[in-house]
Structure formats: C-alpha cells, structure tokens
Design a protein around this ligand. Structure first.
Ligand code: PMP
Length: 425
C-alpha cells in the first residue's frame, strides 16, 4: 500500500470521508487523494515523495506559487509579534487602505477569515440595508456554504450530485431565486415580477465553480442595470476572481461598479483571510455603526494580514498580470493543440491567471453546457496527468490556476504530458 493510501485509510477513521473539505476526497474522479507534504514554487510533493506541477494552488490563493520567500518572511515576522490580539492593529488599516485603492467600488471594507463568511455577511448586510429578503443567484455558481447560498450551487455540490444541501430549511431556500447564468431574459422576467422584494443579486463574474464560464457583456450590463433600477444591491463574489484575473479584479475587466464585493483566496496569500466591502452608505449599516451584526474572533488576524499584504505588494508590480495572463494562455493554446492532434473534443479557455478545460467541442456558456461535457474523458485525463506528475483539480467542474512560479518550461512540460494523457482511452 502506498503512503497516500495508508494516510487515506487512517484519515477516514476520525475525519468524515478523510478530508476537511469534500472535493479533496477525489469523489468525482475516483482513486486515492494525494496527501501533500511540501510545496515550493509551482511544485507540490505527495506523501510518497512524488513531485507534481500544481495547477490547483490551494484552490486559488497561491498566485505566487507555494512558499514564496517574501510571503513566508512576512508571516514569520508577524508571527513573532503575536498570533492574534482580537484588537485592532495598524497592519489591517494598511490592507484596508490598499484594497480601497485598488478597487474603486470599495469605499469601506471589513476583513473576515473565509470566503463563506464574506458572502454570508454581504448578503445579511444587503438584506439589512434594503429591508428585503429575496436573493438572486445563478445555477452552478458557488458562494460558500451559508444556508441561503446552498441552492443549486457549484463546486463540490456538482461533484457529489447534490446541488442543494440537506439541512437547509425550506424557508431559507425559498428566499433564494436561482436563475440560469448568462440568461438576460430570465433575469428581466424575475425583476419585472418581484423586483421590489429583491435585496441582492450575487454572482461569480467569471464563474469558476462550474469549470470556467465568463459572464457575457450583455449579462453583466443587465445585472448592473436591473439591480440599480429596482433598488437591489449587486454583489460581485470575487473570492476566486479577485486579484486572479487582474489587479482591478473582474469588475475592472467588466468596467462595472458593484455595490458590494467579496474577496478571498489571493487576498490572503494562502492564509485564512477574506473580505467584503463596497459602498460606504451600505457598509455603515454594519455593527458597531449600524444594526447589521457581523463579527469574528480572528478577523483581521495579523499573520493572515501580513501574508495578504506581502502578496498584494508583488501583484502590484508592473507587468505582473500581463505575464501571468500570457503564461495561462500559452498553457491553454498548448492543451488545445495537443487535443486537436489527439483527435479529442476539447477546449480550453483562460481569463487572467485562471483557466478551464472542457471535454466538449464548444466552450460552455451555462451550467447546462458544463453538465453536457464528457466527464468520463475528464476523469481519464485527470488520472493520466497525475501519473505524469501534473496535479489538476480533481473534478471536471473546477477552474485551474497558473501561478507566477510556473515557468514556460513547466507549461511546456505540462502540454507534453497532456499530449500523452489525451491518448488514454
Ligand atoms: N465564493 C467563491 C466564488 C468561491 O470560489 C469560494 C470557494 N471556492 C467561496 C465563495 C467560499 O470561500 P471559502 O471556501 O473560503 O469559504
């Protein structure tokens, strides 16, 4: 038995399914999850000592690669001064200032510890601000695991075939209206019927939890216009896209000013840190200023803030995103060529430093399209790539991530591996 297999057996004794987050269990692709013991730059090593080129990057945060020296140094320095105070610190002001500088839509921001907390809090705030209860979300978008958001969500819920979770009271789910992604007519119809009851619309501006599906320009414009016309708030869930698709995030690419934005992943540089922020008149409704309660023992944790700040300081350097996007495109082009040569129905698409691969002839525009792609082909490809030493997200429904540590040599090596993996039938 390999060390990975031994660890998985041991893990299952005291951890449900052997994992602390469902998709890690390889439920969709089958086989034994890899237990990692080390990461450096673009690489991770598993418990059996096998090295992989990593395209998961802890599901997005590690835009600089694993254990970037500047981030590690910042973390070490902060940790020596104390792990947590539960009192304000200067460093969190610096991070808040920087976030508000980088995102013009963000006049005020609050730090939290996970993307789930950010979206959950943003929605409570939107409801408190508008005095309305209803929420619009889109099929296949995942916004963390708060009750009202676990309705037809993406990510692990698609993998495990239960797009809505047990344990969510029907009354809570009843206030969540789920619409097809990129469907302007459906959106118009709902606002025409129920516009005065809608507190907020939450969206992944580039959906990364049903593989990768960008919002169309018409869809983006309609979301902004309809929410504004009906007094509902537009919440951009940029937990995945924030500082991943560009320094101005997806809202910068779209030229859109959302009312609220949720950040996570990259903003914490690999530590538990996330944020939500936006219009000052809305954010001022939060306690202690206003009636909407939200809090956290570890919110603004100094070690996490240090990791986030160190990461953002590197991202701000000129040319960072141009190179990241060029490398990600290089990978997608290489994979597409390899698939064409192998005669496999396949496409790949990049937005900044995130990418999607689909086993279908046309790139998907909706959840229905994603569900129609060849999952069995993905699973074969995933395992063949793993064998080759390339670690992809263990599910056909997740986006992939290229980091600044991936060199063109790594990317070419990946394409060579794919050329072989695509031949596995
Ligand atoms: N929103 C989006 C768009 C996400 O991709 C995720 C996590 N993948 C979340 C929210 C939830 O973040 P977390 O896992 O940190 O709670």
């Amino acid at each position: 038995m390999s060390k990975n297999e031994q660890l998985f057996e041991r893990a299952r004794q005291h951890i449900p399914g052997g994992v602390n987050s469902p998709v890690r269990a390889f439920g969709s692709v089958g086989g034994t999850p890899r237990f990692f013991s080390k990461g450096e730059g673009a690489y991770v090593w598993d418990a059996d000592g096998k090295r992989y080129i990593d395209y998961v990057g802890s599901w997005g945060p590690l835009i600089l690669g694993h254990a970037h020296p500047a981030v590690i140094e910042a973390v070490e320095r902060a940790a020596r001064n104390g792990l947590s105070f539960g009192a304000p610190t200067e460093a969190e002001i610096d991070l808040a200032d920087l976030l508000c500088e980088l995102l013009p839509s963000m006049q005020q921001v609050r730090l939290v510890s996970s993307g789930t907390e950010a979206t959950m809090s943003a929605i409570r705030l939107a409801r408190g601000f508008t005095g309305r209860d209803k929420l619009i979300k889109f099929e296949g978008c995942y916004h963390g695991h708060a009750d009202s958001l676990l309705v037809k969500a993406g990510s692990g819920l698609l993998t495990f075939g239960n797009p809505s979770s047990a344990g969510v009271p029907a009354a809570v789910a009843a206030d969540t209206i789920v619409l097809p992604y990129n469907d302007v007519a459906a959106l118009q119809a709902v606002f025409a019927e129920q516009g005065s009851q809608i507190a907020a619309l939450i969206v992944e501006p580039v959906a990364g939890n049903m593989n990768l599906v960008p919002a169309s320009a018409e869809f983006v414009a309609a979301m902004r216009q309809l929410t504004q016309d009906h007094g509902a708030l537009l919440i951009y869930d940029e937990v995945m896209t924030g500082f991943r698709v560009g320094l101005g995030c997806a809202q910068g690419l779209h030229g859109i000013t959302p009312d609220l934005t949720c950040l996570g992943k990259v903003v914490g540089g690999g530590m538990p840190l996330a944020a939500f922020g936006g219009r000052a008149d809305v954010m001022n409704k939060l306690a202690p200023l206003g009636p909407v309660y939200q809090a956290g023992t570890l919110s603004g944790n100094p070690v996490a803030v240090a990791a986030g700040m160190a990461t953002l300081n590197i991202l701000r350097q000129p040319g960072f995103y141009a190179q990241l996007a060029a490398n990600t495109q290089l990978l997608c082009d290489g994979l597409t060529d390899a698939a064409r040569q192998a005669g496999v129905a396949f496409c790949a698409r990049a937005v900044g430093g995130m990418f999607g691969v689909y086993f279908s002839a046309e790139p998907p525009a909706s959840y229905a399209d994603v569900m129609a792609s060849d999952r069995a082909a993905f699973n074969r490809f995933f395992h063949a790539m793993l064998e080759e030493g390339v670690y992809l997200a263990p599910s056909a429904f997740e986006a992939g991530f290229v980091s600044f540590s991936h060199t063109t040599v790594d990317l070419r090596q990946t394409v060579e591996s794919a050329a072989k993996a695509l031949l596995v039938r």
